[in-house]
Design a protein around this ligand. Structure first.
Ligand code: DC
Length: 250
C-alpha cells in the first residue's frame, strides 16, 4: 500500500457519506463510496429484468456489467454503466429497496471487493461502506466504525422526508432503518461489523462537521497527515450535493 487508506464503516443513516467526503476534502484524499457500487449493480440487474430473488441470475448479470467509477481528489465519485452516467439514477427508492438481493450474492461481492482493492492499490483514499475495515482493507491505516441509535437515524431521516413533503410516518421510517440494519448485519459475507482495531464513533449527538473533525484529528495525530483549509464555497457545494443525492430516497 503506497498511501494512507482510511476506512469508514457503519449502518445506513449514520452520516457516513457526508463525513467521508468532508474528511477526504480536508486531507486531500480520494473518496470511494462503495454503497454506490452495490447500487449500480442493482440498477443494472433491474434494467435487465432478471428475477432478483434468483442469486444465480444476479451472478449471471455480471457478465454484461460494464461498471466504472471515477474518483477525483477530494471530489464526488461518479458512477457509469457503460457510457451512461448513473451517479444520480442509483439513488431511487426502488434501487434502495432491491439492493439487499444483490449485496447478498457472493459473486457480486467478490467482483466489487476486487474492484475496490484495485482502486485502493495506490492508497490516498477515504473509503466508506460496511466491510471496508474488516474485509476489503484489513491493513488500512486508520479504521473508523460510526454508529448512531436506530431512533436517532430514523429521526434524522424522518425530518428530511417531512421537509420534502413526504407523508411517511416516523414509525415507518424507523421500521425501514431497523430492517436495513438487520439485513446489513446478518449478511454472511461482508456483513456490517466493527473491525477489532476500528475507532468507534457515536454520531448520535454530533454534527457531520464535528465527526469529520475528530477523524481528521486522528489522521493528524496517528498518521501524521497534513490538513488543508477548504474554501467555504467548495464545502457548501459538497454538502448541497450530498443533500441532493439523499433526496432520491436513500
Ligand atoms: O451506503 P449505502 O446506503 O449507499 O449502501 C447501500 C447498500 O449497499 C447497503 O444497504 C448495503 C450495501 N453495501 C454493502 O453491502 N457493502 C458495502 N461495502 C457498501 C454497501
Amino acid at each position: 500500500m503506497s498511501g494512507n487508506i482510511i476506512t469508514i464503516d457503519g449502518p445506513s443513516g449514520a452520516g457516513k457519506s457526508t463525513i467521508a467526503r468532508l474528511c477526504a476534502m480536508r486531507l486531500g484524499l480520494r473518496y470511494l463510496d462503495t454503497g454506490a457500487m452495490y447500487r449500480a449493480v442493482t440498477l443494472h440487474c433491474m434494467r435487465k429484468g432478471i428475477h432478483l430473488d434468483q442469486p444465480k441470475e444476479i451472478a449471471g448479470a455480471l457478465e454484461s456489467l460494464v461498471l466504472r467509477v471515477e474518483l477525483t481528489l477530494d471530489g464526488p465519485m461518479r458512477v457509469f454503466l457503460g457510457d451512461e452516467e448513473v451517479t444520480d439514477k442509483i439513488r431511487t427508492i426502488e434501487v434502495t429497496r432491491n439492493i439487499h438481493y444483490v449485496a447478498d450474492v457472493m459473486q457480486v461481492r467478490n467482483y466489487l471487493v476486487e474492484m475496490q482493492r484495485k482502486i485502493g492499490e495506490t492508497g490516498n483514499l477515504v473509503t466508506e461502506g460496511r466491510d471496508q475495515g474488516t474485509l476489503v482493507f484489513p491493513n488500512a491505516s486508520l479504521k473508523v466504525y460510526m454508529f448512531a441509535t436506530p431512533e436517532v437515524r430514523a429521526r434524522r431521516r424522518f425530518a428530511e422526508l417531512k421537509q420534502r413533503g413526504s407523508d411517511t410516518t416516523y414509525e415507518e421510517v424507523l421500521e425501514d432503518v431497523s430492517k436495513r440494519d438487520y439485513l446489513d448485519m446478518g449478511r454472511e459475507l461482508g456483513g456490517l461489523k466493527k473491525a477489532l482495531d476500528a475507532v468507534e464513533l457515536d454520531t448520535s449527538e454530533l454534527s457531520p462537521d464535528q465527526v469529520a473533525e475528530s477523524i481528521v484529528k486522528l489522521a493528524k495525530s496517528r498518521l501524521k497527515m497534513q490538513t488543508r483549509k477548504i474554501d467555504k464555497g467548495a464545502l457548501d457545494a459538497a454538502r448541497a450535493e450530498e443533500e441532493r443525492r439523499r433526496e432520491g430516497g436513500k
